[in-house]
Ligand binder design. Structure first.
Ligand SMILES: C[C@@H](O)[C@H](NC(=O)OP(=O)(O)OC[C@H]1O[C@@H](n2cnc3c(N)ncnc32)[C@H](O)[C@@H]1O)C(=O)O
Ligand SMILES: Nc1ncnc2c1ncn2[C@@H]1O[C@H](COP(=O)(O)OP(=O)(O)OP(=O)(O)O)[C@@H](O)[C@H]1O
Ligand SMILES: [Fe+2]
Length: 550
């Protein structure tokens, strides 16, 4: 099978022909470079109108020379996400070509293409995928017929965040390569670092970077520190996703993946935990039609083609909307949580020695991140965790007692609680009690920061009245919340909603048929929420519904 792919979601007009038999991909691209500022949608669309026919002609001429009169068996195009005016031009071209060449049409999700190209070229089975592109940033894992979003940016895409800083400095688009160049002679300065479970946010760090520049901090130092913070955040959430799912493969996708420091951090993180890492070569990382053609071929082979009447573009097309037709279900990243209650547990941040009485949690140095940032994070989280565990307990939320805190050694000695984690045994009754605990925590003005199914320990036990009983047809598991390293005090409803969102995402990402569990969490949250629950649940709906394409 040979497929013509066409890409043109924002800046890159590109056409490629993929030959599945030889695995050869030839790509022809023509980039739009704004004279000043960022990408202007109208100018970008004009560029597509001009350049798409040209790159397609070149790609087809080459293909006819190589393969003869019938060069391709299908035409695949980027259907979204992207800028509407650009997408429509590409789709119109693709429909016309499919008709002229008399072959089927395939509509490809651009973000899924960014990750599938890495899976394809690595040969990995069930990787976690980090998409680090201009307009997006998310972590995805395949499970049960879809790519699930395990974590994502809560504001802008990673490349756009960097580009906003470089516009402020007066550099031309795209800014990423310029930041990488200037970072080479920079030194470390402190900037905000924001991760919430496997989600993350760039707005605070970008404002701080602009401010630092305005205050006269050398631009090289700001560039260096931007990279150190932003990429360490991406490496940390990737590690968290590997830890939560039990996956041992990571692939990188997207234009920011061309950055060597990002690749170095991810490779270092994976090496330290014995996971395999793969980043495709730059021509497959930045926007390109090669990835569209490769995924298009897999979809066409699976019969996943589009009648013209259903081929409308979708500027907000999310990767988890795609029904994956080209993979079998065997390779899923959703390996449920460990049952190894004896011995050493390895989380994303720490190693925990468990002996049935005590849990000794050590935050070991992360070699991949800058030593100053590493020391700051380990210290702040150790101190913060000890404090939050005690405060949560005072608010009526079951947590382990802190027996000893060694801040210098970043080590906490905790009471051993539960006999398994919720990920190993997710039940509606357990989820409902977690909902109640989160409501109590929020009512006390605290958030957990990383409430995943792995950070809940459960033990079968009595209900609050002391009697053993069944809840919702399940036995009554009593949950304890552990791992408060990312917790903090706050009175923002958004923070409470995010806490719930993180927990629900971890249920959806790692369990089959998560819906009743999610309902149970919200039922528990309402029961114990002291009147404020509805406001938080309303905000949760907003958080979930936010389009991430900005
Ligand atoms: C929807 C689609 O249009 C969009 N495409 C996109 O963002 O283009 P992509 O090629 O994946 O990424 C471009 C971004 O990648 C950044 N970039 C390029 N080289 C870089 C480098 N060496 N270091 C850091 N960032 C880099 C650029 O600054 C720019 O923000 C997307 O995938 O989100
Ligand atoms: N006090 C405790 N009692 C029993 N088990 C515990 C305790 N604390 C932690 N554990 C177990 O050890 C695992 C790792 O601990 P923890 O989540 O604190 O580490 P981490 O490295 O911060 O993990 P994460 O990947 O969530 O960041 C937990 O998932 C839990 O199963
Ligand atoms: Fe892209």
């Amino acid at each position: 099978m040979r497929v013509l792919g066409i890409e043109g979601t924002a800046w890159c007009a590109s056409a490629a022909v993929y030959d599945a038999e030889t695995d050869a991909v030839s790509i022809h691209s023509d980039a739009y470079e704004p004279d000043s500022g960022g990408i202007h949608p109208r100018e970008a669309a004009e560029h597509m109108g001009d350049a798409v026919p040209r790159v397609v002609r070149t790609a087809l001429d080459d293909a006819r020379e190589a393969y003869g009169a019938d060069p391709v068996d299908a035409v695949a195009f980027s259907r979204g996400p992207g800028l509407g005016p650009c997408l429509r031009i590409v789709a119109t071209a693709a429909r016309a070509l499919a008709a002229t060449l008399d072959v089927p049409l395939v509509g490809v999700n651009h973000m899924v293409a960014h990750l599938e190209i890495g899976r394809h070229r690595s040969g990995f089975d069930a990787p976690v995928c980090l998409n680090a592109s201009g307009a997006n940033a998310h972590l995805l894992g395949y499970h049960d017929g879809r790519y699930r979003v395990l974590g994502e940016t809560m504001d802008t895409g990673v490349g756009n965040a960097i580009d906003k800083f470089t516009r402020h400095v007066g550099w031309s688009h795209p800014g990423g390569p310029k930041v990488e160049e200037h970072a080479k002679s920079g030194e470390y300065v402190d900037l905000p670092y924001v991760v919430k479970g496997m989600d993350f946010s760039f707005s605070g760090i970008m404002s701080a970077a602009k401010q630092a520049y305005d205050d006269g901090v050398p631009v090289e130092d700001v560039c260096f520190s931007l990279q150190e913070h932003v990429f360490a955040m991406l490496a940390e959430v990737s590690e968290r996703a590997l830890s939560l799912t039990g996956a041992d493969e990571l692939v990188l996708g997207g234009g920011v993946g061309q950055n060597e420091r990002l690749r170095e951090m991810l490779a270092g993180m994976c090496e330290a935990r014995g996971a395999a890492f793969y980043a495709p070569e730059p021509r497959f990382l930045r926007d390109n039609a090669g990835m569209i053609a490769v995924l298009g071929a897999k979809m066409a082979a699976a019969g996943d083609t589009l009648p013209v009447s259903e081929s409308a573009v979708d500027p907000d097309y999310r990767p988890d909307e795609v029904a994956v037709t080209w993979r079998d279900d065997a390779a899923s990243v959703a390996v449920a949580g460990g049952r190894d209650d004896e011995g050493v547990r390895r989380g994303a941040e720490a190693t925990v020695d468990l002996d049935g009485e005590r849990a000794v949690k050590r935050r070991l140095a992360k070699e991949y991140r800058h030593p100053t940032l590493d020391a700051t994070l380990r210290r702040e989280r150790t101190v913060g965790e000890a404090r939050l565990l005690a405060e949560a307990r005072r608010a009526g939320v079951p947590t382990p007692l802190v027996r000893d805190a060694d801040v210098e050694g970043s080590t906490l000695t905790l009471q051993y609680v539960g006999d398994r984690d919720l990920a190993a045994d997710p039940t509606a009754a357990g989820a409902r009690r977690v909902g109640r605990h989160l409501a109590r925590l929020h009512t006390a003005g605290l958030v957990h920061g990383d409430p995943t199914t792995r950070n809940v320990r459960v033990v079968d036990g009595a209900d609050e009245g002391g009697a053993a009983r069944e809840v919702d047809g399940d036995r009554a598991p009593r949950p304890f919340l552990v791992d408060f390293g990312l917790g903090y005090a706050t009175d923002h409803v958004e923070d409470y909603a995010m806490d719930l969102h993180v927990f629900e995402q971890s249920l959806v990402g790692t369990t089959d048929g998560a819906e009743p569990l999610v309902d149970a969490v919200e039922a528990g949250y309402r029961e114990a929420g002291d009147g404020g629950s509805e406001r938080v649940l309303d905000r949760l709906r907003t958080v979930e519904g936010r389009g991430r394409y900005r």
